[in-house]
Design a protein around this ligand. Structure first.
Ligand code: PMV
Length: 327
């Protein structure tokens, strides 16, 4: 099945007439058990399930309306050139939702993610766009279906249609209709994430490329699906029992294992910088000294620290300049 057919299947039954414009917000999400590797590149179907937590105060607010001539993408008030990678990616996604080839869109997206935070914006960006399209066309789809539409833009975007803890089920079907995200029950007041910036530079290897390379060349990757499955079980138990050490330990181990599969790829992918290693060692040292802090990392050199609100003052002292996001 193509992405066009999947989109048609989902919006096919929806009735409602389009408004002049649609608008929506979607939060950033950080995976505690990572999505790493696709079983279908076109539909963004993952090899494994993954589990994330959304950062409700950080994300994208996106407005979409119809316009003539060509699509226009405006990010934080700045028009993006039509031939830029971002514009092309958004236009390709919008192709799934054009009633005819002469319908074009203007997309204005404002991000509350601090530019320096080093958080991937594609997840909140595509989730906000899918939700804004639902508002524009008045499909009134459920979040289950909207998570599938968001996934067609960027895999991890399917988790950003929700706040709180979220699981993305890998599914087994070739059409991906069973590969959707849904909330995991359980609030955790006081859980914090600290964004520790190591580099502001754009990553040298896009995650799409690194994932593909890992799946194709890493022997270690064969152990990854069982590892993620076990980690998701432990993370769900940690959320249920509010066991912070279990949550942190599992998230840290999962992120390190993902990076191990990258290192095992040919050619190897290493996102770490010297400061990444320094920060990791500092976190381990602080933990030995009794501070309950763990970390996770994505496809880049920056560190996301996990800690409880009661330790905020200590964390700020050890990591001045760290941006703190509550969960
Ligand atoms: O959805 P993508 O293509 O941006 O991939 C996200 C991959 C990781 O951030 C490394 C892991 C994850 O689950 O978010």
């Amino acid at each position: 099945m193509t992405e066009h057919e999947v989109a048609k299947l989902i919006i096919g039954a929806a009735k409602g007439s389009p408004k002049n414009s649609g608008q929506a917000f979607a939060p950033v999400n950080i995976a505690l058990c990572k999505y790493w590797g696709k079983r279908d590149e076109k539909l963004n179907l993952p090899v494994t399930s993954s589990l994330s937590v959304s950062l409700p105060e950080l994300g994208a607010t996106t407005k979409i309306s119809f316009r003539d001539g060509h699509d226009l993408l405006r990010l934080n008030g700045a028009d993006q050139p039509q031939d830029s990678a971002a514009s092309r990616r958004v236009s390709k996604y919008l192709d799934l939702f054009r009633p005819d080839k002469d319908t074009f869109f203007q997309v204005d997206s404002e991000s509350s993610i601090p530019i320096a935070a080093g958080l991937a914006s594609s997840a909140s960006g595509f989730a906000a766009l899918a939700l804004a399209l639902d508002d524009l066309y008045q499909w009134k789809l459920g979040l289950h279906d909207l998570s599938i539409l968001a996934r067609l833009g960027s895999g991890s975007a399917c988790r950003s249609v929700y706040t709180g803890f979220v699981i993305w089920h890998a599914g087994t079907r070739a059409d991906g209709m069973d590969s959707f995200a849904e909330p995991v029950d359980g609030e955790w007041p006081g859980l914090c994430m600290g964004l520790i910036m190591v580099s502001h530079h754009e990553k040298a290897v896009p995650s799409r490329t690194a994932m593909k390379r890992t799946v194709e060349t890493s022997a270690l990757y064969r152990a990854w699906p069982a590892k993620v499955e076990a980690d998701i079980k432990e993370t769900r138990r940690a959320i249920e029992e509010k066991d912070f050490d279990l949550l942190g330990r599992t998230a840290e181990s999962n992120a390190l294992a993902m990076h191990a599969t990258m290192l095992d790829s040919q050619p190897p992918v290493l996102y770490w910088m010297p400061e990444t290693v320094e920060t990791i060692k500092k976190i381990w040292h602080l933990r030995e000294k009794g501070l309950a802090v763990y970390f996770t990392m994505d496809a880049g050199p920056n560190i996301k620290a996990l800690f409880m609100q009661r330790d905020t003052a200590d964390m700020q002292r050890h990591f001045p300049g760290m941006e703190i996001a509550s969960i």
